[in-house]
Every structure is written in C-alpha cells, then in structure tokens.
Design a protein around this ligand. Structure first.
Ligand code: IMP
Length: 175
C-alpha cells in the first residue's frame, strides 16, 4: 500500500523546547552524579543526540538494539536484544532513552534485561508515548509528548527505514 506524509504533529521548534525541558529536569534529578545513557537504536539516535546536549552532567553513553521479527508493523512479533551494551552498568545511574513507546513490549524486555545487571538505578525517558496502545505496563519517568494512536515518522522515527531525517514528527497516511 503506498503511503505519504500526513500533517505535522510536532514541529522542530516544539520538539526542541520540550527536549530542553526534559534535559533540565534530568539535570536537576541527577545533580552530583554521572549519568549512563542507554540509546536504543536506531530510532532514538536523534532524540539522544539532542537530549544529551541539554543534560548538564557528566554522562556516558552506550547503544543497544531490540529486533522485532516480522515486518515491523506487527506488535505481536517476537523480540530479541539484537545488539547488547558494550559497557557494564552495575552500580551506574542508568537512563534508557527511547524514541516512542507503543505496546510497551520493547521497553519491558530491555528494562527486565538491564535490571539483571544491578544498576544503581534504572529510569526511562521516552520522547513519545502512544498511551492508548499500551499492552505491557512500563514505568516512564520522563515523557516528551503523549500522542494519539497514529503511525508517526521523523526525528529519528522511520517507516521502512525512511523519513528518519525529517526535523519534525509527522503522521504517515495511506494514499
Ligand atoms: P513497542 O515495543 O510496541 O512499545 O514499540 C516500540 C518500537 O516500535 C519503537 O521503538 C519503534 O521502533 C516502533 N514504533 C512504534 N510506533 C511507531 C510509530 O508510530 N512510528 C515509528 N516507529 C514506531
């Protein structure tokens, strides 16, 4: 089915303002500590790149990826941690940086996995939250925007690996 970009949901300016607020809140909450950021590939890279520059603390970053079997649109597909962290997190103040929470399955898997490594703390910062779609509860400590149940692209989010470079978030609609 062909798709095209729909209306802009979040402008670049709105995103930048909210990312600055998130960075300030995180800076205040972790003052005096070193923060270990876990960037979830690939969709969170642009959010992480902007957010980490708004956090006025010493930070360490590592990357991981969760692979969903199937065509990527089926939320019931099996999940696998396809790229693990390269650094230990035991005793670290860990913040997962995620682009979007949909069913919650990805973050549930990742969070359970990371907790077995005994971080000092483990919190989650998600740019977008599709609240209506949640199947598995996950504690979200920082959320950029709650959004409606629509497929969105841009600011790191893709459809078939495209659209990640859009500086704003837009809906995708079937034509
Ligand atoms: P969850 O496991 O169902 O919460 O899905 C999380 C993952 O699904 C995200 O990290 C995205 O990769 C992908 N995803 C969910 N909704 C969207 C969307 O609207 N646009 C692009 N990717 C999405």
């Amino acid at each position: 089915m062909p798709y095209e970009l729909g209306p802009t949901l979040l402008s670049a300016e709105r995103i930048a303002a909210r990312v600055a607020e998130l960075g300030a809140a995180i800076t205040a909450d972790y003052r005096g500590k070193t923060l270990f950021l876990v960037c979830v590939l690939k969709g969170s890279t642009i959010f992480w790149a902007d957010l980490c520059r708004r956090i006025e603390l010493p930070t360490v970053t590592d990357f991981c990826a969760v692979h969903c079997y199937g065509d990527g649109t089926d939320p019931s597909g099996a999940l696998l941690l396809s790229h693990d962290l390269s650094l230990p997190i035991a005793g670290q103040e860990v913040l997962i940086v995620e682009d979007i929470v949909d069913t919650g399955r990805t973050l549930h898997l990742l969070r359970s996995h990371l907790l077995t490594r005994h971080p000092a703390s483990l919190r989650i910062c998600a740019l977008l939250d599709k609240v209506e779609r949640r199947e598995v509860p996950v504690p979200l400590d920082y959320v950029g925007f709650a959004i409606p149940n629509e497929f969105v692209v841009g600011y790191g989010l893709d459809f078939a690996q495209q659209y990640r470079n859009l500086p704003y978030v837009a809906t995708l609609k079937a034509t």
